[in-house]
Design a protein around this ligand. Structure first.
Ligand code: PGA
Length: 244
C-alpha cells in the first residue's frame, strides 16, 4: 500500500488544521482509503489534525523529536509525549533540521533510539545537497546518512524518505530516473531490512506524482508545500481525479 505523508512544516493554526481535516475527510468518505495517509502537523496542531472517525483514516507523525528521554531540556518534546499525543510516526533527520538547525548523525542516532523506545516508527530522511551532487558525491552521502540506522532494530518497520536537498521547496523535483537510481541504491544499502518502505520527497505535485510513482517505483511521497491544501494532497494520493 502506498504511503503519502503531508509535512505541514511550520504552518497551520489549530483552526486551519481543523478546516483541512474536514476537507480531507470529505474526499475520503466513510471507507478506509486504499492508500496509507499520514499528516505531520506542528506539535500544537497534532490534536486538531486527528481523524475524529473511530477507525482513523489517516495517522499522525511528529516533525521532530528530542534526542533525550525526559528532564530539564526546555523547549524539547519527548518521544513518549508524542506517542501519548497520538503520533504513530516521527520524521527524523529532515534536511531542514540537518542544515538549518545543525543536526548531525550522532544526534539523529539518538533520536532514532528514542523513537523506537516509545514504540513509534521513524521516517528517516536522507538526501544530498546541490554541492554534493555536483561533486559526484550523491551516492556516498546517502551511504553516510544511512549509517545512523546501524543500531536501529533491523526487523522493525522503517520508512526512509529520499529527499534531495536541491529539490525541496524549489519547484524542481528530481527526474524520475534519478529518483529511481537513488531508490535502488538505498534498497541495496538497506537490503537487510525486510520491512522497509522508500519514499521520495522534494517538490512533489499533482503534475509529477504519477510519473514519479511509476518510474521511480517508490512506495510513496513525503510532501511539503503541496500538502498544505487538502485538495492537492488528496490529488497526489490519488483520492480525487488529477487536476490539470
Ligand atoms: P516540498 O517539501 O514538497 O515543499 O519540496 C518536501 C519536504 O521538505 O518534506
Amino acid at each position: 500500500m502506498n504511503l503519502f505523508v503531508a509535512n505541514w512544516k511550520m504552518n497551520m493554526t489549530r483552526a486551519e488544521a481543523r478546516a483541512y481535516v474536514r476537507e480531507l475527510s470529505g474526499f475520503l468518505g466513510a471507507g478506509t482509503p486504499a492508500v496509507e495517509l499520514v499528516i505531520a502537523p506542528p506539535y500544537t496542531a497534532i490534536d486538531a489534525a486527528r481523524d475524529s472517525v473511530d477507525k482513523a483514516r489517516w495517522s499522525l507523525a511528529a516533525q521532530d523529536v528530542s534526542s533525550e528521554t525526559e528532564g530539564a531540556f526546555t523547549g524539547e518534546i519527548s518521544a513518549r509525549m508524542l506517542a501519548d499525543a497520538g503520533c504513530r510516526y516521527v520524521l527524523v533527520g529532515h534536511s531542514e533540521r540537518r542544515y538549518l538547525f545543525g543536526e548531525e548523525e550522532t544526534a539523529l542516532q539518538r533520536k532514532l533510539a528514542r523513537t523506537r523506545e516509545a514504540g513509534l516508527t521513524p521516517i528517516y530522511c536522507v538526501g544530498e545537497t546541490q554541492q554534493e551532487r555536483a561533486a559526484g558525491l550523491a551516492a556516498a552521502t546517502l551511504a553516510r546518512q544511512v549509517e545512523a540506522l546501524a543500531k536501529d532494530p533491523a526487523d522493525s518497520p522503517l520508512v526512509v524518505a529520499y529527499e534531495p536537498v536541491w529539490a525541496i521547496g524549489t519547484g524542481i523535483a528530481a527526474e524520475p530516473a534519478d529518483a529511481a537510481s537513488a531508490r535502488v541504491h538505498l534498497a541495496e544499502l538497506l537490503s537487510h531490512r525486510p520491512k522497509l518502505r522508500l519514499l521520495y520527497g522534494g517538490s512533489v505535485a499533482p503534475e509529477n506524482a504519477r510519473r514519479l510513482l511509476e518510474t521511480a517505483r517508490v512506495d510513496g511521497f513525503l510532501i511539503g508545500a503541496a500538502s498544505l491544501k487538502a485538495s492537492t494532497f488528496a490529488a497526489i494520493a490519488g483520492l480525487v481525479k488529477r487536476k490539470t
